[in-house]
Design a protein around this ligand. Structure first.
Ligand code: ADP
Ligand code: MG
Length: 585
């Protein structure tokens, strides 16, 4: 462009960055290349924060974490075909989790792709993205940029939030528009996250059912965290004394140390509850679809969800309350003003007793000095650090046992401080989440993962170092998937399918990029080193060495493995310990 044109004409990269920023989108995570490199550089020059990641899935996960934490989508940027495809699993994961995010994928020249002429990285990306997100849209004309961004923001944010894909062909990247037209065209949606109160009748029906309950229970899911409804939910619990079971990412909506929490007596709570108020929690595999073990066979459900299609997904819902959680809880709180309702002392007493007994049982394991360490005493040591710094710290957690045991051992007191494997139970999301959390909030982040989970997205320690993010990576190494002592059932001498390097020094990975590494073998060292790493506010890494035999198959969900043939023992259930005890097949 000549100097004169520069004064009067804008182009797609500038206009797109401007439209994103006009919508309050601040951060973009990506991996650049053809045809989006200039766009990233120009956006950065115009004041967007750009975080260059090492894999597109991590970029989408980082942006999705920001969406969850800040209730506003961030952008993930990919190059064409392979880069774009790398982002898709995380795009679907964000949609399944209900995290708002916008993925922008540069793509190759439309007319050549459409005739399948053999274009460089030619792929119908808009078509491929469709089943992976709430909406897949393409920007064919520069003048449509404000509309495209507004639609992306709106769709990602409204109802159950999720992912939107925006396709950006190179022919669009090259387009220009007069600055006057660009200015006149720019607009943003008035209310992308409208409140949607449930019907009055559903509120009355819910209160009527709750009043019949002998053992009412509230199950708080991550929808409540997404809805930012902590104030209203805490008020409801304060008024009713209703016990609550927090789902993993809902921990902290009400503090874990609240006496109404049933986290440490889940089976008793779910097994005895006769009326359950689901608040932003789906009756999916995590809640055994609301039937059979661990549920009481007579249980009846009230479900608050913004998505009407969620109701009756796996069983009958007696009282659907379709609407947003904040409005719904406000209406329930209002109904309580008119006519109070409280849970019985008998029910709360049962819960307190069972909770205290279980806590005492686990406390001994968490405080044990045993070496080599188990997940329990290693996490017990880390929990002491988290407890001291919970006000400043966000937790990103992935793994099998490293996930399940961490969820139980590290108490959350504030909402939206825990990011984990989510609805699917995926691995390879944690370091992206950690980076998104650090960038989105400016807080310190503690990543805790197993050696297997960390391996999927471990290269992002370089990103953390490059941007000097205050992230402490903690890897609990037991030398394998689930645990490190599985044996090869054959004779070729290779490691077993579950084996990883037990003798590793994962902390040296961060040292390669200028971060601080620590290697801990005892609970005392673990506590001291994690404390030092967190306090440093620098990218740091603590390798925590566990016993090879620490851990259970699939953490707490071994029951999901296909059952072995009657009389035989599944190979996956055979450990070195079983061998030692003569449990050979
Ligand atoms: P968890 O895994 O914690 O049990 P889920 O992800 O299964 O939680 O369920 C969250 C539910 O919350 C989803 O069905 C989603 O539609 C719903 N949800 C998300 N945001 C809101 C909101 N603002 N109001 C009401 N429901 C919401
Ligand atoms: Mg492991």
């Amino acid at each position: 462009m000549t100097e004169e044109q520069n004064q009067t004409i804008t182009d797609t990269p500038h206009y797109l960055a401007k439209a994103l920023m006009a919508n309050g989108i601040r951060d973009m995570y990506g991996v650049v290349g053809i045809p989006v490199t200039d766009f990233a550089r120009i956006a950065q020059g115009m004041g967007m924060r750009y975080i260059g990641m090492r894999h597109e899935a991590d970029a989408v996960n980082a942006a999705a974490a920001e969406g969850f934490l800040n209730a506003r989508p961030a952008v993930a940027l990919t190059v064409s075909a392979p880069g774009f495809l790398n982002g898709l699993p995380a795009l679907l994961e964000a949609t399944v989790n209900g995290f708002p995010v916008i993925m922008i994928g540069g793509s190759s020249t439309r007319h050549i792709v459409d005739l399948n002429e053999g274009e460089y990285e030619g792929l119908d990306q808009m078509g491929y993205a469709k089943p992976f997100c709430k909406a897949s849209l393409r920007i064919d004309r520069i003048e449509d940029i404000p509309l495209a961004v507004a639609r992306a923001v709106h769709i990602a944010s409204c109802g159950r939030p999720g992912a939107v894909y925006l396709d950006l062909p190179d022919d669009t990247v090259a387009q220009m528009l007069s600055k006057d037209a660009a200015k006149a065209n720019l607009w943003t949606p008035a209310d992308p996250q409208p409140s949607m109160p449930p019907s009055r009748a559903s509120v009355d029906a819910a209160m009527a059912l709750l009043r019949q309950a002998k053992h009412p229970l509230m199950v708080i899911g991550k929808g409540a965290a997404i809805a930012r409804a902590e104030k209203e939910i805490r008020e409801f619990i304060g008024k009713t004394d209703i016990p609550f079971q927090p789902m993993s990412m809902a921990k902290g909506v009400v503090p874990d140390d609240d006496p109404h929490s049933t986290a440490s007596c889940r089976s008793l709570a779910l097994g005895n509850a006769d009326v359950v108020l689901l608040v932003g929690a789906r009756l999916n595999w995590m809640l055994s679809f609301g039937q059979g073990k661990p549920w009481n066979s007579q249980v009846r459900f009230i479900q608050i969800d913004i998505d009407p299609e969620e109701i009756d997904n796996a069983r009958k819902i007696d009282v659907p309350m379709v609407g947003d959680i904040r409005s719904a809880m406000m209406m329930l709180n209002g109904a309580l003003e008119e006519r109070p309702f409280t849970a019985s002392e008998e029910w709360l007493g049962l819960i307190r007793k069972a909770g205290a007994a279980n806590k005492a049982k686990f406390a001994a394991k968490e405080r044990s000095e045993q070496v080599p360490m188990s997940h329990f005493n290693a996490l017990g040591a880390i929990a002491k650090v988290y407890d001291r710094h919970h006000e400043d710290l966000i937790l990103a957690n992935e793994g099998a046992n490293s996930l399940d045991d961490c969820r139980n051992i590290i108490a959350m007191r504030e909402p939206r401080r825990r990011l984990d494997c989510g609805t699917w139970g995926v691995m390879g999301c944690g370091t992206g989440y950690a980076i998104g959390a650090a960038v989105a909030t400016g807080r310190k982040v503690l990543y805790i993962g197993g050696d297997s989970a960390f391996g999927f997205d471990g290269m992002e320690v370089e990103t953390a170092c490059r941007y000097r993010l205050p992230i402490t990576f903690v890897v609990l190494n037991n030398g394998g998937i689930y645990r490190g002592d599985f044996e090869n059932l054959g004779t070729d001498g290779d490691p077993s399918p579950l084996t990883l390097t037990y003798e590793a020094h994962y902390e040296t990975m961060i040292e390669a990029f200028g971060g601080e590494g620590y290697y801990a073998t005892t609970p005392e060292e673990t506590e001291a080193m994690v404390e030092r790493a967190v306090m440093s506010g620098r990218p740091s890494f603590v390798h925590v060495q566990l016993a090879k035999y620490a851990g259970r198959e699939s953490g707490n969900i071994g029951s999901l493995n296909p059952k072995p043939v009657v009389g035989a023992l599944a190979a996956s259930e055979v450990t070195a310990h079983d061998y030692a005890q003569g449990a050979r097949m």
